[in-house]
Write a protein that binds this ligand. Structure first.
Ligand SMILES: [Zn+2]
Length: 417
C-alpha cells in the first residue's frame, strides 16, 4: 500500500535570527525546493496559461480548490483520469485545499454578505451573526460539518471532514488539507475558541478518514495530509492549535502516524502575518513542511519566508494580470495608463520571461484596449515569472547568507514610489 514515507521533507539551510529555512519536499510527482511559491489553478487550470508554460516559468507545483472541483466537474471525473496531475496535464506535484475556505467565504460571502460596516462589526465583537441587510447567510456550520449553497446554481450541499477527505482523495493531489472552519477577524474571541475546538475535532476525523482511504485505495500514490492551523490573531489560540495538531495521531495499517505537514490558515491582518507565522514555526515540528494558505504581494512573501513558511499560494499574479496590471522591481504598474500607448520597451527591462522577450508595453496595452484575451495570458506569464524568480532568489539568498540585504534592497525599490 502507499506509505506516508513516500512523502518527506528534508531541511536545508537555516536563516540566521529567524525561523526561515530552505528544504526539499519529496512527493510521488516530484520534488519541491523550498521556499516555493505555488501558483493557483483554481479549477485545475492556471487561468489563461498552458501547463507547459507554467513549468517553463519555473513553477514547481500547482494548487487547486476542492470546493470548485467538487461542484464542477465533480471529483469522480478527476479520479477517472488518475488524479489532478493527469487530468490537467501538469506533470509535477499538486496541492488541494480542503474546500473549507470557499464553502464559508463563497457560501456565506464574508465580504459581500456578512455586515462589516455596522458598529458591531467594527468593534469586532458580537458580530458572529451579523448579516448585511437584504442578504442571506448561505453557509451553516454545525458540530458535524457545514451545509452550504452552491455559488453556481443555489443547490444545497454538505461538507464534513469525511466528505472532504473522500473528495480530496478522488481529486488525487500530492498534498491535501484537513477540513477546517474559516473564521474572520470580525468573529468574537468566544466564537474563535468554539470554532477552534470544532476544527480540532475535524482535524482528527480528517486524519482518521485519510488513513482509511489510503488503505482502501492501495493502488494509488500516497497523498500527504496537512493539518490546518486556525486561531485568527490570538497568540494563545494559534499556539494551542499547533500543539494539538502536532500531537494528533491515527493508526496507519498498524503504524501510528500524524500529519505530514501543516497549513497555516484563516484570517491575517497584513501587518501580523510574520508574527503569526512565527508563533506557529516555534510550536510546529521542525521536520514537517508548512504551507501558508493564500497570500499576495512581494512584502508578504518576504515576511512569510522569514517567519518560517516553506510554501505559499497566491492568486494575485494571475488575478492582477487580468486587470491589466504587472509587477516590476519598482512596484506594480497599471498598463492601461496613457503613458504606455507608444512605449516600445518590455514590461520590465532584463526580465527573462517569454512576454518580455517578445512583446512591448504598447502592444500588450493595445490588446487590453481591444479586449483581446491574449493580454491576460501575456501579463500572467510575466507576473508568474516575476513571483517565481523572486522566491527563487529569496531561497538562494538564505543559502548564501545575504537574505536580509536582499530583502532591504528589493522592498526598498518596490515600495519607493
Ligand atoms: Zn517579463
Amino acid at each position: 500500500m502507499p506509505k506516508p514515507s513516500d512523502f518527506s521533507f528534508r531541511l536545508g539551510t537555516r536563516l540566521d535570527g529567524a525561523h526561515g529555512r530552505t528544504g526539499t519536499i519529496h512527493t510521488p510527482h516530484g520534488d519541491i525546493q523550498t521556499p516555493a511559491y505555488i501558483p493557483v489553478g483554481t479549477k485545475a487550470t492556471v487561468k489563461a496559461v498552458l501547463p507547459e508554460v507554467v513549468k517553463d516559468l519555473g513553477a514547481q507545483a500547482v494548487l487547486s480548490n476542492a470546493y470548485h472541483l467538487y461542484l464542477q466537474p465533480g471529483p469522480e471525473l478527476l479520479d477517472l483520469h488518475g488524479g489532478l496531475s493527469t487530468f490537467m496535464n501538469w506533470p509535477g506535484p499538486t496541492f488541494t485545499d480542503s474546500g473549507g475556505f470557499q464553502v464559508m467565504s463563497l457560501g456565506s460571502g464574508f465580504k459581500k454578505v456578512i455586515d462589516m460596516t455596522g458598529p458591531e462589526a467594527q468593534g469586532k465583537v458580537g458580530s458572529d451573526d451579523a448579516v448585511a441587510p437584504g442578504k442571506e447567510r448561505l453557509a451553516n456550520v454545525d458540530h458535524d460539518g457545514v451545509w452550504f449553497t452552491s455559488h453556481i446554481n443555489g443547490d444545497r450541499h454538505r461538507f464534513t471532514p469525511e466528505i472532504s477527505m473522500n473528495i480530496q482523495h478522488q481529486l488525487g493531489a500530492d498534498v491535501m488539507m484537513a477540513f477546517d472552519e474559516l473564521t474572520t477577524l470580525h468573529n468574537s474571541r468566544g466564537y474563535q475558541v468554539e470554532s477552534l475546538e470544532r476544527t480540532r475535532g475535524w482535524a482528527q476525523r480528517s486524519l482518521n478518514e485519510h488513513a482509511n482511504l489510503t488503505q482502501r485505495r492501495a493502488d494509488r500514490p500516497y497523498q500527504a495530509l496537512y493539518g490546518v492551523i486556525q486561531g485568527a490573531q490570538y497568540e494563545d489560540l494559534r499556539r494551542k492549535a499547533c500543539q494539538d495538531l502536532s500531537a494528533m495521531r491515527t493508526d496507519f495499517d498498524g503504524t501510528e502516524a500524524g500529519f505530514d505537514g501543516y497549513g497555516l490558515g484563516g484570517a491575517f491582518e497584513k501587518e501580523n502575518l510574520g508574527t503569526i507565522v512565527g508563533w506557529c514555526a516555534e510550536e510546529l515540528p521542525e521536520d514537517k513542511p508548512r504551507h501558508l494558505l493564500g497570500i499576495s504581494e512581494p512584502d508578504d512573501l518576504f515576511a512569510a519566508v522569514e517567519a518560517g513558511a516553506d510554501t505559499f499560494d497566491a492568486v494575485s499574479p494571475t488575478r492582477v494580470a487580468r486587470t491589466g496590471a504587472f509587477y516590476t522591481d519598482h512596484g506594480r504598474i497599471n498598463l492601461p495608463r496613457a503613458q504606455f500607448a507608444r512605449d516600445l520597451s518590455p514590461l520590465q527591462e532584463g526580465c527573462d520571461c517569454y512576454t518580455c522577450q517578445h512583446y512591448s508595453k504598447a502592444y500588450i496595452r493595445h490588446l487590453i484596449k481591444g479586449d483581446e484575451i491574449l493580454s491576460g495570458t501575456l501579463l500572467s506569464i510575466h507576473n508568474l515569472r516575476f513571483t517565481i524568480r523572486l522566491v527563487d532568489t529569496i531561497r538562494q539568498t538564505i543559502i548564501d547568507g545575504d537574505f536580509y540585504e536582499f530583502k532591504d534592497h528589493m522592498l526598498g525599490r518596490y515600495y519607493s514610489k
